[in-house]
Design a protein around this ligand. Structure first.
Ligand code: RB5
Length: 143
């Protein structure tokens, strides 16, 4: 079972809850939910950092993080060495973030992406492997 970490601030809380149910329904994933667990205001950098550290430490293989726009929490997650967090608003972005960038975290904006589109984005992101090949050296250059 692949381990996935989820984390959100208040702006991403509702979408996190929706996506958590979708992933549970897919089967094959163990979910580690770091919160937040309400719409009460919290600071997205803390949640982005915790999710990122969960991935780089190997406690989860990949992560999905949420804030209002997906921007702040992805910026925070990308400060952690080894993280390639991609804030995606389309299925093509999600697919390419895996194929070319080997993104290990997907970021979604709860105030940007409608739940049905988010569901499609998550599914394609989970299912798409890294292409490797010429993209290996570019990803290595990021590190
Ligand atoms: C919180 O109001 C909001 O700033 C946050 O969810 C996110 O959109 C930041 O990028």
């Amino acid at each position: 079972m692949e381990k996935l970490v989820l984390a959100a601030d208040h702006g991403g809380f509702e979408l996190k809850e929706f996506i958590k149910k979708i992933i549970a329904g897919l089967g094959g994933y163990e979910i580690l939910d770091l919160g937040t667990n309400s719409t009460g205001s919290v600071d997205y950098p803390e949640y982005g950092q915790r999710a990122a550290e969960t991935v780089v430490s190997g406690q989860a293989e990949r992560g999905i993080i949420f804030c209002g726009t997906g921007i702040g929490i992805s910026i925070a997650a990308n400060k952690v060495k080894g993280i390639r967090a991609a804030n995606c608003t389309s299925e093509l972005m999600a697919e390419m973030s895996r194929r070319h960038n080997n993104a290990n975290i997907l970021a979604l904006g709860g105030r940007i992406v409608e739940p049905e589109l988010a569901k499609k984005i998550v599914k394609i992101w989970l299912d798409t492997p890294f292409d490797g090949g010429r993209h290996e050296q570019r990803v290595a250059q990021i590190e």
